[in-house]
Design a binder for this molecule. Structure first.
Ligand SMILES: [Zn+2]
Length: 267
């Protein structure tokens, strides 16, 4: 994964590997970019026959281009951030990246029982995925082959999948147990009682907690603009975090009032 920052207007610089993959010349060229899933977009180069009906966007000689506002909005992005790039033939995939933080499993040592930690890839640092623990699980599953590990996930009545790990290598059983317990806990705290809704027309899915949090921040912004948050308040610089259940309750309330969304059940 190669990470690159993007500006508030969505301006980002393609890494050299990505420019080569897209066959962009020294003076740039044109690309297509289209949304793919909740936090990704797919990109094709100037000579591609894929998605040729999509509008083309200019890439400068420095490899810079602007991520369309429609995509940023669909990702729920309102300011600057980071994306990662990886190749998935025939596309270059751009993914919204979560913030980097010290690894929660190996506590930033990069190793577990003398073996490189699979969560942070031995670096001691991990990315919080915008999709939460499920997204993180998907990312780690992608890396699992390299570690000789197979992940099995199974849905159940609680809505929180069971995670089982099988080793094809000689990693100690205690290592596998640590990873398994880590995901069980992450998924549980992340998804407990959260509810998934789907936009009936676009199919876009949102978690109640995300919507609840967005409303909470919007309300704070309005109050601040109206001058009703005192300067000596601890909320003056930014709103304090609420327990996730409060975001969920708020989000369920908002989404259940909105005819454009339906509750996704039993998935
Ligand atoms: Zn780690």
């Amino acid at each position: 994964m190669i990470y690159r920052p993007f500006s508030k207007t969505g301006l980002v610089t393609l890494p050299k590997e990505a420019r080569d993959f897209l066959s962009l010349g020294a003076d740039g060229g044109t690309i297509t970019i289209d949304q793919l899933g909740r936090f990704q977009a797919k990109v094709t180069g100037p000579n591609s026959k894929q998605d040729e009906l999509l509008p083309r966007r200019r890439v400068t000689d420095k490899g810079q281009f602007t991520i369309p506002t429609t995509i940023l909005r669909a990702w729920g992005v309102t300011g600057k951030g980071e994306v990662s790039f990886h190749i998935q033939e025939p596309y270059l995939i751009v993914s919204l990246a979560g913030p980097e933080t010290s690894c929660k499993l190996c506590e930033s040592t990069g190793n577990l029982l003398g073996h490189p930690c699979i969560i942070c890839d031995g670096s001691g640092k991990m990315r919080l995925h915008p999709m939460g623990a499920l997204g993180e699980l998907a990312m780690v599953t992608m890396k699992s082959r390299k570690y000789g590990i197979a992940f099995h996930t199974q849905g159940n009545d609680s809505g929180i999948p069971d995670v089982h790990i099988v080793s094809k290598s000689d990693l100690p059983a205690a290592y596998l147990k640590l990873v398994e317990v880590y995901f069980k806990q992450r998924l549980h705290t992340n998804m407990a009682s959260d509810k998934l809704y789907r936009h009936i027309e676009t199919g876009r899915e949102v978690l109640a907690s995300e919507v609840g949090k967005a409303f909470y921040i919007e309300a704070w912004t309005e109050q601040k603009a109206a001058g009703s948050i005192p300067e000596n308040s601890s909320d003056y610089e930014k709103p304090h975090e609420l327990p996730i259940n409060e975001y969920i309750d708020q989000g369920v309330y908002v989404l259940s009032q909105n005819d454009e969304y339906e509750l996704v059940d039993g998935e």
